[in-house]
Design a protein around this ligand. Structure first.
Ligand code: NDP
Ligand code: 8X3
Length: 252
């Protein structure tokens, strides 16, 4: 039987690239996100191209009820998840703390921290029952450093860093692997979402240097997930060659 990966936020960017990479490696997939049209299109494409089984589940990860009912509602054979990629996440706004929007803050905290927790609780219980599994958390350089106006987004990714270490400790007795990957700048829909659809402003973020691509992160997550059984990568920081830290980017 094929291994199974559950990828949250598979409708775009890093999650979508992970879906392609894990399908290429023969994994059956559970793909989640809010945009059902994209999930269905991707599922069809992966099934045709790689001959893998793909289940799609559309829900808002901020809703505890939706996460639990949609995931627990999957047929039993889909609960044998080998790899959970906690990828769904976003940034909203880039404002100093005195000017930030309460709604933006709620969205980031509810998605990046609480959503990740909801999915992790459901799937880690399946993994404990199955006696194995691997959780890969999408952190960020923003979870290692803080940059001006990044305040709440950085706080949510620092929380992911802490939760990654907490999960690693708690799931150790069950033999479940836990890893975090912390990318620097990756050109996806991330900046468009941060700037609420302003494509021009989003494009400028990546001006003058070559950012990482979603596929770079997907290949690295595949490396993390494909180590031998006795090897766990706890923490991995990855950046474009032109980026040395959150704020030090060499632009031409
Ligand atoms: P994208 O905007 O391209 O993709 C984000 C994904 O998250 C989408 O599939 C989206 O699906 C999903 N998502 C967002 N909100 C929700 C929600 N409420 N419920 C369910 N799914 C949701 O961004 P990236 O691929 O760049 O981001 C993926 C992860 O990588 C995030 O956690 C991000 O913080 C992290 N990251 C990104 C970096 C970058 O520079 N791009 C660098 C470091 C980390 P949908 O809208 O369909 O619900
Ligand atoms: C996304 C990368 O530098 O915009 O996590 O915070 S950054």
């Amino acid at each position: 039987m094929a291994k199974i990966a559950l990828i949250t936020g598979a409708t775009a960017g890093i999650g979508e690239a992970c879906a392609h990479t894990f399908a290429r490696e023969g994994y059956d997939l559970i793909l989640t996100g809010r945009r059902m049209d994209r999930l269905e299109k991707l599922a069809e494409e992966l099934n045709t191209r790689y001959n893998v089984e793909v289940a799609v589940s559309s829900f808002d990860i901020r809703s505890r009820e939706q996460v639990v009912s949609n995931l627990e509602g999957l047929p039993a054979q889909w609960k044998k998840v080998d790899v959970l990629i906690n990828n769904a996440g976003l940034s909203q706004g880039l404002d100093p703390i005195d000017k930030g929007s309460f709604d933006d803050w709620d969205t980031m905290v509810d998605t990046n921290i609480k959503g990740l927790l909801y999915a992790s609780k459901v799937v880690s219980n399946w993994m404990i029952t199955n006696g194995s599994g691997h959780i890969v958390n999408l952190g960020s350089i923003a979870g290692k450093e803080v940059y001006p106006n990044g305040n709440v987004y950085c706080a949510t990714k620092h929380a992911v860093d802490a939760l990654n270490k907490g999960m690693r400790a708690d799931l150790l007795p069950h033999g479940i692997k836990v890893s975090a990957i912390h990318p620097g700048m990756v050109e996806t829909e991330f900046s468009e979402v941060r700037f609420k659809g302003d494509k021009e402003k989003a494009k400028k973020v990546y001006d003058g240097f070559e950012p990482l691509r979603a596929q770079d992160i997907a290949e690295t997550i595949w490396f993390i997930a494909s180590r031998p059984a006795h090897v766990n990568i706890n923490d991995l920081l990855i950046m474009p060659t032109a980026q040395a830290s959150a704020t030090n980017i060499f632009r031409k």
